[in-house]
Write a new protein. Structure first.
Length: 114
């Protein structure tokens, strides 16, 4: 399996394969920039659990979160709005996207509101 920290994925989102998906721990309290993520093609597994997670990933207490092309879109959108890229802001934009199914909006010269 392909393991990377979430910070590494956000910093290098442009290198992610659009066919892969992001899997994070089931326990959301473990999420953060230092969280170890799994990046795998969801079609590359034979067995799936009742939530359509690959059994091999589910056994590690990880779950599907989002396709990697969505991660790329979140980071690209943020970079277009805020050329001074910051990983903490990228993480907040990622969480905002997951919770709202929308890109975060950064007002010029203002800190983002969450």
């Amino acid at each position: 399996m392909n393991y990377k920290t979430l910070s590494a994925l956000l910093a290098n989102a442009d290198t992610l394969d659009w066919q892969t998906a992001l899997y994070l721990p089931v326990d959301k309290s473990r999420w953060g920039l230092d969280c170890v993520a799994i990046v795998e093609n969801p079609d590359g597994f034979d067995d799936y659990d009742g939530d359509d997670n690959p059994v091999a990933i589910s056994k590690l207490h990880y779950r599907y979160v989002v396709q990697c092309d969505d991660v790329q879109s979140v980071v690209l959108n943020l970079r277009e709005q805020c050329p001074a890229f910051d990983l903490h802001l990228a993480y907040r934009a990622f969480i905002f996207y997951l919770e709202n199914d929308a890109f975060i909006r950064i007002e010029p010269n203002r800190a983002p509101s969450f």
